[in-house]
Design a protein around this ligand. Structure first.
Ligand code: C2E
Ligand code: MG
Ligand code: MG
Ligand code: MG
Length: 281
């Protein structure tokens, strides 16, 4: 909302906007001088196969502990890193960490890694991903790259080439945050996807909002028809999980099973047979 200044011209930004813009500048500056290898880490959140009743993979989620700003959530710093050009280095550091962790896990457990626009829409970004997977020596079939419609929008033709190259390597591709974009169905149709992740905003309302319920049911059905695995994100309560199970959704992820955990906790978590406790099996 614009405000009138004393001289009568319209000021475009309110006080809160000014504060926000200053905060963005601060994050951008802290990123520029950050020691990425030390300050960035990954948290891992399990994804469960509902029918088989076991953990199939962990999603790697970026954490930035800045000495000046403290913990900055990925939703805040990733978009800024995209614009300021540091995202390439961030992806390189995080993917190396992710692949190193994967090597210490049981061979039937995979990893999901979130890609940003640069990774998907710049040829250089895509080449770096392939080089990192090859250099790590892990079985590429254990690696699932999560892409979003928003990240593909910058250059869809390059995005399609990137996805094709990752598939040729043997990696899986998931379409993340499904249902929140603007042309979801055409992406499902044109890209060689393996999985679709239903955005957690729908699951959050699945008990009370009939439309959300219908949307999840429709996406699960669409995936079934197109031979795509469906992952429902953001399952927080046993009742939400029961509803999703009733729809015959393949996989689920959410606080009900576990919040994202540090790498050091993954082995102990797997040893506890978490699916039994969550009532999946
Ligand atoms: P996303 O890929 O959709 O990841 C899921 C987000 O939902 C994570 O937030 C996760 O902690 C949260 N979540 C999972 N289960 C629940 C639940 O039951 N309830 C609620 N309320 N939340 C749940 P997080 O870790 O803050 O990540 C936010 C977003 O930041 C991610 O959304 C992803 O878009 C982006 N991001 C995270 N790590 C990376 C990364 O390494 N690279 C890139 N490019 N983006 C990343
Ligand atoms: Mg994701
Ligand atoms: Mg998601
Ligand atoms: Mg999301």
């Amino acid at each position: 909302h614009g405000k009138r200044s004393q001289r009568g011209s319209v000021v475009l930004f309110s006080r809160e906007h000014e504060d926000q813009i200053r905060a963005l500048g601060t994050i951008e500056q802290a990123l520029r001088t950050a020691d990425l290898e030390r300050e960035l880490s990954l948290s891992f959140q399990p994804i469960l196969d509902v029918r088989a009743g076991r953990v199939v993979c962990f999603e790697a989620l970026a954490r930035w502990n800045s000495p000046t700003l403290g913990l900055v959530p990925p939703d805040r710093f990733i978009p800024i890193a995209e614009r300021s050009g540091s995202i390439g280095d961030i992806t390189r550091v995080l993917l190396a960490q992710a692949l190193a962790c994967l090597k210490t896990w049981p061979r039937d457990i995979g990893i999901s890694f979130n890609l940003s626009a640069y990774d998907i829409c710049a040829a250089e970004g895509a080449m770096r991903l392939i080089a990192a997977v090859n250099a790590s020596g892990v079985d590429p079939r254990r690696v699932d790259f999560e892409i979003t419609e928003t990240a593909m929008a910058f250059d869809f033709n390059q995005a399609r080439r990137t996805v094709g190259a990752l598939k040729a390597l043997g990696c899986k591709i998931s379409l993340d945050d499904f249902g929140t974009g603007y042309s979801s169905l055409s992406y499902v149709h044109t890209l060689p996807l393996d999985r679709v992740k239903v955005d957690r905003s729908f699951v959050a309302n699945i008990e009370n909002d009939e439309v959300s319920h219908k949307i999840v049911r429709t996406i699960v059905g669409l995936c079934d028809d197109m031979n795509l695995e469906c992952i429902v994100e953001g399952v927080e309560t046993p009742n939400q999980f029961a509803i999703v199970q009733g729809m015959h959704c393949e996989m689920a992820q959410g606080y009900l099973f576990s919040k994202p955990m540090p790498a050091a906790e993954v082995s102990a978590y797997l040893a506890r047979r978490p699916e039994r406790q969550a009532g999946v099996a």
